[in-house]
Write a new protein. Structure first.
Length: 78
């Protein structure tokens, strides 16, 4: 074998290995993207968004303040 043939063979093998590695990484990235999209669809079904929770807590705190005011009014009348 001539040196040029060995160099060509080496580049072919190295290029094939690099191509295979790039394909494996590309497939993994695509799979991660699909998993992330699925997770984004499922999250609202399992967890409450922070701003929705805050809105609910503000309403609950308002109700508790009204209840406490009414109780204070009942104690003062006795």
């Amino acid at each position: 074998m001539e040196p040029q043939e060995l160099i060509n063979l080496a580049f072919t093998v190295i290029g094939s290995l690099i191509g295979w590695v790039v394909k494996v990484i590309w497939d993994a990235v695509q799979e991660l993207r699909q998993d992330l999209q699925e997770l984004e669809r499922e999250l609202p079904d399992h967890y409450v968004r922070k701003d929705d929770f805050r809105d609910s807590m503000v309403r609950i705190e308002g109700m508790l303040h009204r209840i406490m005011d009414k109780l204070d009014g009942k104690v003062d009348k006795s």
